[in-house]
Every structure is written in C-alpha cells, then in structure tokens.
Design a binder for this molecule. Structure first.
Ligand SMILES: [Zn+2]
Ligand SMILES: [Zn+2]
Length: 232
C-alpha cells in the first residue's frame, strides 16, 4: 500500500492518502479542506479516488468530504452513526472558524469490526469513542499502519473536555482497542508527528504503561475495560 500524509487547513490536520499499488485506486482519510492540494497529489501520482473515509465529525477532519466526493465521484464512508449530529452541523462548525464545511450523508455509517476496501486493499474499522461519540480509527493489518484522528497523539491524547468527550471512555479506547493492535504499529494522529503504539506505551504521560499502573480505581470502571490489569 502506498501512503502519503499532508497537513490541511490552518489547524494542520493530517489528511492521509492511501493507494493500492496494483490497481492505482486510492482512499483519502479526513479531507478537512485544501482540496486542491489533495487532488493535485492524486493526479500527480495517477491515482483514482475510490473512497473518502472520515474519522469523526469535527470540521477540520470532515469539512471537505462532501465537496471532494462531488468533484471526484468517490463515495464517503464513516464515521460511526453516533457522529451524525456533528456531521449535520458542519456548516455551523465551519462558520465559527472561517472554514467552508459541508454536511453529508455517507454511503454507509461504519461500526466496530467493519472493513472498508479500495482496490485490493482493506482497512479494519475500530469504534473508539471518547474524543467524540462516533469516532472511528482505521487499521491496515498488512501495512501495520493506523489512522487514529483525534484519539491519540504523540505524547498526548485527544481533548475530552467538551459535550461529546469522556476521559474514561477515551482511555479505554486507546488502551483496550488501539494498543492491542501491536507495539510495532505506527499511527498517523489527527495533528502532529507520527508515532507507534509501542512508543506511546513507553512514553505517553497520559496513557502509557507507567501512567496506567498508577491510575485510581475509577479509570478501571469503563465497560469491558481492562485498564490496570497486567500485560494488556
Ligand atoms: Zn476532533
Ligand atoms: Zn482535529
């Protein structure tokens, strides 16, 4: 799988472009804006855009999805349906920050365990609430690469101090859904530098293994959460 990443909008949101080397079919993850940059890159690499994937409904990630779909004919998949109220409010979100953001209805909403395909490539979908309720991550098992939006960053974690956020749920998503994918898995966060899950287990002051060992009991209360148990 070919892979490229570029910051878009003044929020420097990481838009990823993935391509199947055999068919030249591409997927774009989180086209928040600056669509001409994304389209130039697709054209330069002679790629045909098959699917637009969205991690969550914040405008810097989802704001350009509808326009890119209209311009290319690609379908939009995701995020999880619990994000619908944010996708509906994209124009209002954008207006607040001076960005052009359009609402859309996806070809399909995604759920935990779903697969998305472009060319001969396949990505696994993980529902990872906590930053927002319907946030999803995408994982290429073949390339050992994950695209995690605003769930996890190098040495920090996503914001949770807003109406749709919840800290315990966010930590559960990171520790019990993302980290088990493997220490070797590299990930593209929604903003900033790439990292790996192994590095974050070692060095992340919020969700690393050392932090998890010291958590109070309340952090272990999320449903299905194994935080604090050894070896997870
Ligand atoms: Zn966000
Ligand atoms: Zn963001």
């Amino acid at each position: 799988m070919l892979f490229d990443c570029m910051p878009v909008t003044r929020f420097e949101q990481n838009c990823s472009i993935l391509a199947c080397e055999r068919t030249n079919k591409a997927a774009v993850i989180d086209p928040g804006g600056d669509l001409e940059l994304i389209e130039n890159l697709l054209e330069l690499q002679d790629l045909s855009l098959e699917v637009i994937l969205v991690t969550h409904g914040h405008m810097d990630h989802a704001g350009g999805a509808a326009a890119l779909a209209a311009r290319t004919g690609a379908r939009i998949e995701g995020p999880h349906q619990r994000e619908a109220h944010l996708i509906d409010k994209l124009p209002e979100q954008g207006a607040r920050f001076g960005l052009k953001a359009q609402r859309y209805v996806p070809y399909r909403w995604l759920d935990d365990g779903d697969r998305v395909r472009f060319g001969d490539e396949e990505l696994q979908v993980l529902h990872c609430p906590g930053h927002t309720r319907g946030h999803v991550a995408y994982f290429s098992a073949a390339s050992r690469l994950a695209f995690v939006g605003d769930i996890l960053f190098r040495h920090t974690i996503g914001a949770w101090e807003h109406a749709d956020g919840d800290l315990v749920t966010l930590v559960h998503s990171i520790r019990d859904k993302l980290f088990p994918l493997g220490d070797d898995v590299r990930f593209v966060p929604g903003h900033g530098e790439m990292s790996s899950f192994g590095h974050e287990r070692e060095a992340n002051p919020f969700v690393g293994d050392a932090a998890a060992a010291k958590w109070p009991a309340r952090m272990q209360g999320a449903p299905g959460c194994s935080i604090g148990t050894s070896g997870s």
